[in-house]
Write a protein that binds this ligand. Structure first.
Ligand SMILES: Nc1nc2c(ncn2[C@@H]2O[C@H](COP(=O)(O)OP(=O)(O)O)[C@@H](O)[C@H]2O)c(=O)[nH]1
Ligand SMILES: [Mg+2]
Length: 301
């Protein structure tokens, strides 16, 4: 069946400061250069520093500041309230606001709020995403996590658990991204393993050994073991490295995202059979992947 006017979206999530708004701005410029009809939708009601001009902005509906002032909630409670308010106003506000744009845009970057409990525990954002899907938006979740989290085994294990939890809860095509890869060199000395250990998440027993060396964490050995074994058993979590200011890095991520939200298969963008095949299968040797994905950022140990 041919779907008229297919619409695509990236749901950009991740903890505060992980680089969501910066990514949306850079990705907007990147896709515009590729000739896509792209627009940024701000869904973060606490987004004070928007480097882009959003085509739809939740702050016209509700802001965290207003909730704190008028309903006397703390910052976290206010953010939860805003997410629930958005969920209640999908049909009255979000979908009509997107429809009003007509056919001007068919590719949306959704800059989402940063509180991770919105994706790991709470239902409102998951419902908003489900509703968009039911309106035939082909979506991919882009989960940005600061690559600094690789510098400590305990932070990395928390990252793995958070990523897995979000993937299972959102049930959408999902790409985990270690952001700010250009800063990895700064804390390279603190990395215990080669970078592909962190990106591929294949064998976590070495991580467990490192965790056991920390006296403060040693008492949680069994819990850590259980978490690592669960992450390994699901075999879902892996990461892409991203330096958002580098075009090569954006290009590499973009090919993963096009595969994940189906853009590469359905969109009318001009393409060669070769580029389609490169995207459709992992047509790249491990050596090439290492060279392009990892070597620009850290040395091989
Ligand atoms: N060096 C570097 N800094 C980045 C990158 N991505 C984001 N940042 C910086 O990280 C900070 C937080 O980014 P922001 O987009 O506001 O994060 P958000 O809270 O997730 O929206 C800003 O100072 C950005 O300039 C990156 O790839 N490399
Ligand atoms: Mg932001």
């Amino acid at each position: 069946m041919k779907v008229e006017n297919p619409r695509y979206g990236q749901l950009v999530i991740g903890p505060p400061g992980s680089g969501k708004s910066t990514y949306c701005h850079e990705a907007y410029k990147f896709y515009e250069n590729l000739g896509r009809q792209v627009g940024v939708v701000n869904l973060d009601p606490a987004n004070d520093n928007m480097p882009y001009s959003p085509v739809v902005n939740i702050m016209e509906l509700i802001t965290v500041e207003d909730c704190m002032e008028h309903i006397k909630l703390g910052p976290n409670g206010a953010l939860m309230h805003c997410a629930e308010y958005l969920e209640q106003h999908i049909d009255k506000w979000l979908l009509p606001a997107l429809s009003k744009l007509g056919n001007k845009y068919n590719y949306f970057l959704f800059d989402c709020p940063g509180q991770i409990e919105l994706y790991t525990h709470h239902n409102a954002m998951a419902h908003v995403f489900e509703r968009l899907e039911s309106e035939r938006y082909s979506l991919v979740t882009v989960n940005l996590i600061d690559s600094h989290y690789c510098s400590e085994p305990s932070k990395f294990i928390a990252t793995l658990l958070m990523a897995l939890n979000t993937m299972l809860r959102m049930s959408l095509p999902h790409v985990n991204v270690l952001s700010k890869a250009d800063l990895l060199r700064k804390h390279e000395s603190m990395l215990h393993f080669n970078m592909d250990f962190y990106t591929d998440v294949l064998d976590l027993k070495y991580l467990l050994e490192k965790l056991d060396e920390d006296p403060a964490i040693h008492k949680y050995q069994k819990l850590n073991e259980a978490i690592c074994s669960m992450v390994e058993d699901y075999a879902l979590v892996s990461f892409q490295l991203l330096d958002v200011f580098n075009t090569d890095s954006m290009l590499r991520l973009h090919s993963h995202l096009d595969k994940a939200n189906g853009y590469v298969y359905k969109a009318g963008e001009e393409r060669t059979v070769n580029s389609l095949m490169t995207c459709a299968v992992g047509a790249e040797t491990e050596a090439v992947r290492q060279q392009s994905d990892i070597e620009p950022y850290v040395r091989h140990k």
